[in-house]
Design a protein around this ligand. Structure first.
Ligand code: HPA
Length: 273
């Protein structure tokens, strides 16, 4: 368990690096989407490894640093690389940077990820705005002594993803002549991809996309009262939809192929926020 003092020490270090710059928005960039960090004006880069109590990101395609600066007309803090439970981190560790951002005064969160398409209409390249999530796996960033600075013991999750942000993102895409879907993100810890039977079960339970990230951060951010937009890039049809195995390379390639389009819509969304 981290203590509130540890969180405050991390905040203090980041404040010193930011040197008066005050971010209003945290953006967690998922697989293949880290390129958005290159679009930040006058960037201040803070490697996670330099921040007291931060864990390093070891996942492929995840650089492992904060990039702060101007983006889409806003003061943003981007996470270029995130932590996942499958790297051996507890959910509390995965959510740590989000809580630090909350203590920095950030009240808005955009979280993106790569996901498998469970909904049969979602082919590779589909962008899905998260309307809700399902998490049935063990582990939870809120388990343990409740730290009142973060919020209530039993936070409400009725509107885990902000309704207005969901609509704004869809509007931004439409104005660019693009189309985005909406659906439920089903969380799995991984790191193995799902079995075809698991995917059928997830579909029956109401999942539209499946992935190995995002939900721990969304839970912690909700507890802190942040407004959240979540977007999945469907990189592949989930296991068993097609009669062929999945590969990590496919996920990375699809992420790269869709990166530019995704970045364009995201920029338009941030401008409208
Ligand atoms: N399953 C879980 N996570 C994923 C997938 C998938 O098919 N694709 C990208 N991330």
């Amino acid at each position: 368990m981290y203590t509130i003092q540890q969180y405050k020490d991390s905040v203090q270090y980041i404040r010193e690096c930011l040197d008066g710059f005050e971010p209003e928005l945290l953006m967690i960039l998922g697989s293949g989407l880290g390129g958005l960090a290159q679009k930040v004006e006058d960037p201040i880069c803070i490697p996670y490894g330099d921040i007291p109590y931060f864990k390093r990101s070891t996942a492929i395609g995840h650089v492992g640093r904060f990039v702060a600066g101007r983006f889409g007309g806003k003061n943003v803090l981007m996470m270029q690389g995130r932590l996942h439970a499958y790297e051996g981190h507890t959910m509390e560790e995965v959510a740590y940077p989000v809580r630090v951002a909350g203590l920095l005064g950030i009240k808005k969160l955009i979280v993106t990820n790569a996901a498998g398409g469970v909904n049969l209409k979602f082919a590779g390249g589909t962008l899905m705005v998260m309307s809700d999530y399902i998490k049935f796996t063990l582990g939870n960033p809120l388990i343990g002594e409740n730290i009142p600075e973060f919020g209530e013991r039993f936070p409400d999750m009725t509107y885990a993803f902000d309704k207005e942000y969901r609509q704004l993102f869809k509007d931004a895409a439409r104005e660019l002549g693009d189309n985005v879907e909406e659906g439920v993100y089903f969380y799995m810890t991984g790191p193995q991809y799902e079995t075809p039977a698991e995917i059928r079960a997830i579909r029956t339970l109401g999942g539209d996309a499946v992935g190995m990230s995002t939900v721990p951060e969304v839970i912690a951010a909700n507890q802190m009262g942040m407004r959240i937009l979540g977007v999945s890039l469907v990189t592949n049809m989930a296991a068993g939809v097609l009669d062929q195995p999945l590969s990590g390379d496919e996920v990375i390639e699809a992420g790269e192929a869709a990166a530019e389009r995704f970045q364009r819509i995201m920029t338009a969304f941030v401008e409208r926020m």
